[in-house]
Design a protein around this ligand. Structure first.
Ligand SMILES: Cc1cc2nc3c(=O)[nH]c(=O)nc-3n(C[C@H](O)[C@H](O)[C@H](O)COP(=O)(O)O)c2cc1C
Length: 231
């Protein structure tokens, strides 16, 4: 039980970035679960100063993006809205993995606003990735600690396709090709991103989070590392 926590207002803030829509759809379902538990949800979408268009046009641009993101190049974001200054029971910080790191807009958010918005607050990170989230989580965890955020659990969803097809498929998709309709590859890769079963799992996680908030239970007690989320 949380003993010295401030009064509950049953409100959750989702701060997120999504490049190709996968984090967005997971949050959509998670929100449905939270709302089923009577939780009010507020959204703060991180908006790059210079809009990043998905997909990119071609393999060369994709390769360059993979390379720059590996070096954690920040993507400057627009100012965040005043709703981020309000009190919430929980802040969910969500976004994709980019070359084993948090995405550029999330890194910018942490640099600019991390201490101010997340410091002293209860934060639940959510990662959407094709399969390799552990280094991302390790780096993010260190950053959250430096911001003074309180966190006791995390959510990661990886794409359910087997390797090497999911890597090939994600690369092609980002480059603007259609792996689902590309001859030989389409035999092994029928869908980009998370499955409908994973969406349902995200809704179930939302319900569990809502229940924990209502009953003042620790989020640490919830098992988010299920076979569906991380196949
Ligand atoms: C530039 C870039 C680099 C990526 N690097 C990784 C990676 O290192 N590991 C991984 O598992 N997925 C990686 N991905 C895949 C995304 O994390 C994955 O497709 C995620 O579901 C996208 O979420 P979004 O649609 O919300 O942006 C990368 C995607 C992009 C665009």
């Amino acid at each position: 039980m949380l003993s010295d926590s401030p009064p509950k207002n049953n409100q959750v803030l989702l701060i997120y970035y999504s490049f190709s829509g996968q984090t967005g759809v997971l949050l959509n379902r998670l929100t449905a679960g939270l709302k089923e538990q009577g939780v009010e949800v507020f959204f703060e979408k991180l908006k790059p100063v210079k809009h990043l268009r998905f997909p990119l046009s071609g393999f060369f641009r994709t390769y360059i993006m993979m390379l720059t993101t590996f070096f954690r190049v920040r993507v400057p974001i627009q100012d965040i809205s005043p709703k981020c200054d309000q009190e919430y029971d929980l802040i969910i910080l969500a976004g994709p993995t980019w070359s084993y790191n948090p995405s550029g807009p999330v890194l910018s958010f942490l640099d600019r606003y991390g201490k101010e918005i997340l410091g002293g607050r209860e934060v639940l990170p959510l990662i959407s990735c094709r399969g390799y989230w552990k280094l991302h989580w390790w780096g993010l965890r260190n950053k959250l600690r430096k911001c003074g955020a309180h966190f006791s659990n995390m959510i990661a969803f990886s794409h359910p396709n087997p390797e090497p097809w999911r890597t090939v498929g994600v690369f092609m998709k980002i480059a603007g090709k259609n792996p689902e309709r590309s001859g030989f590859i389409s035999k092994h890769y029928s869908r980009f991103g998370h499955s409908s079963e994973q969406m349902e799992e995200a809704r179930r996680f939302g319900i569990q989070i809502g229940e924990a908030l209502k009953n003042n239970n620790q989020l640490a007690a919830i098992n988010f590392q299920t076979d569906l989320a991380l196949p």
